[in-house]
Write a protein that binds this ligand. Structure first.
Ligand SMILES: [Zn+2]
Length: 468
């Protein structure tokens, strides 16, 4: 570790975070103190935090007060994670319909941020993120990355879409954020919605100039990046580890990335909505759930918890978000919890494969793949949900699905919120898609309901065409 990295870790980051009213290093310290807790200690910690959160929800969050009263239950009925099944599942649709009632009445006295998710589960969503949840989620990343030998203060090079890297808009706010990421957090981020050879060449040049200790990004983006480097016989700088997230890490992706970067791949899974976070350790036996931060349940279609080893819907309770509490939030992914613990000795339960996050590349007729990240941009312009224009679009679309048949043609299905909506409102989507898929026929259609995919998965994109 360089002297600058050490200075950054010990002095610069703590000071900068304090200035911003956040406490990343405090959260990192807390998580290192709980890393080796026994199963019982972790369970007790979770239960304590859950009881406090539920009490807060009942007294301060109108939606939960109503739900608890309707069900005839009180906070005393929720003592530990086994009791959570008494509370109904929170879906994106419920959040959309009850947005204001989900904000805690004391929110103004707490520090919070605006959060949003893309359409990867078909329903884009806004929410509020509590600063404590934000600190904890970022600290969980650093704890997970430390299992790969990467330390806070070291250089990270990120190649991902909008959920991790905002598009390069201009303005003072963007400049501040960009400088903070680069100079303080030492994280050089590139929005890789474009994975053409020209763009990949640009990322490569930037990486070689930056010389990061580790890479991070969407699994498919890093895979295409590795393939580009291999096909062009390019040399690379020494890399300690590669952290994948945001998509299912296909075995062939892991293999190719490790082969090209001469570094092990550590998969991660997380969502700021619902606060779910899990990281792979050096044993690579599964993803350790950040149990200090979230309670993860795997449930069936009826909302009942399934036995370990059985696949079901990921449902998460964020123990640190008091501003906009997520109790039993259905994330939109399918996964299972392993019935055995990791041989590294840590007692955090392991998420097995997260099945719902397919690497959804869509191909044009020349066989060039486009990452699913591009699709979000096309559906919602620049996907910045805090712009008025994007908000208007978001309010009008209840759900959508992009389907590609064997010939590479595209059909975009939209279920509008208002049945009398004009199709022309969304004609920009056809223009966006045709700029990337010039030879494809792009059809836009309103539907009353979005048909399920052959796999039965909740997915907003389906392609039978796998390129040439
Ligand atoms: Zn482990």
């Amino acid at each position: 570790m360089s002297l600058y990295s050490l200075l950054d870790q010990k002095i610069i980051i703590p000071l900068a975070e304090k200035f911003k009213g956040r406490n990343l290093t405090g959260a990192v310290r807390f998580l290192s103190s709980t890393e080796w807790l026994s199963e019982q200690e972790l369970y007790d910690l979770q239960s304590r935090k859950l009881r406090l959160l539920v009490e807060h929800c009942y007294n301060n969050v109108p939606y939960y007060k109503r739900v608890f009263d309707d069900l005839g239950i009180t906070p005393d009925d929720i003592q530990s994670r086994e009791d959570l099944s008494k509370i109904p599942i929170l879906t994106k649709q419920i959040i959309k319909e009850n947005f204001d009632d989900l904000i805690s009445i004391d929110a103004e006295s707490r520090q919070m941020f605006d959060g949003s998710t893309g359409g990867s589960t078909g329903i884009p969503m806004r929410f509020k993120e509590d600063v404590n949840s934000w600190n904890s989620l970022r600290a969980l990343n650093f704890r997970g990355w430390s299992w790969a030998g990467f330390q806070l203060g070291e250089k990270l090079f990120t190649l991902a879409g909008n959920s991790l890297v905002k598009k390069n808009t201009k303005g003072r706010k963007w400049l501040e954020k960009n400088l903070y990421d680069r100079l303080i957090m030492r994280n050089e981020k590139h929005n890789c919605t474009d994975i053409t050879p020209k763009a990949l060449k640009g990322y490569y040049k930037a990486m070689m100039k930056y010389k990061p200790a580790a890479l991070r990004g969407y699994a498919s983006s890093l895979y295409f990046f590795a393939k580009y480097i291999e096909q062009n016989h390019l040399s690379i700088c020494p890399i300690k580890a590669v952290f994948t997230t945001g998509e299912k890490l296909q075995p062939q992706y892991r293999y190719k990335i490790q082969q090209v970067f001469h570094a092990p791949v550590f998969d991660g899974y997380g969502a700021s909505d619902g606060g779910v976070s899990a990281h792979e350790c050096y044993m690579h036996e599964g993803l350790h759930i950040g149990e200090e931060h979230c309670i993860v349940e795997i449930v069936n279609n009826e909302g009942m918890v399934v036995p370990d080893g059985e696949i079901g819907h990921v449902v998460s309770t964020d123990l640190n978000n008091y501003v906009f509490p997520f109790l039993r939030y259905k994330v939109g992914d399918l996964a299972f919890i392993k019935s055995s613990l990791c041989s590294c000795g840590r007692k955090h339960r392991l998420l097995g494969e997260v099945i719902g996050r397919e690497g959804r590349a869509i191909y044009n007729k020349q066989g060039r793949p486009f990452s699913s990240i591009v699709l979000d941009n096309m559906m919602f312009k620049d996907l910045d949900f805090h712009t008025e224009e994007c908000q208007r679009l978001y309010e009008r679309m209840e759900q959508f699905q992009i389907r590609q048949d064997k010939k590479g043609d595209l059909t975009i299905l939209i279920k509008p919120v208002n049945p009398d909506e004009e199709l022309s409102t969304f004609s920009y989507i056809i223009d966006n898609f045709q700029s990337f898929f010039p030879d494809s026929i792009v059809e836009l259609r309103f539907v009353d309901s979005i048909p399920p995919l052959p796999s039965g998965k909740e997915d907003y994109c389906y392609s039978e065409y796998k390129g040439k």
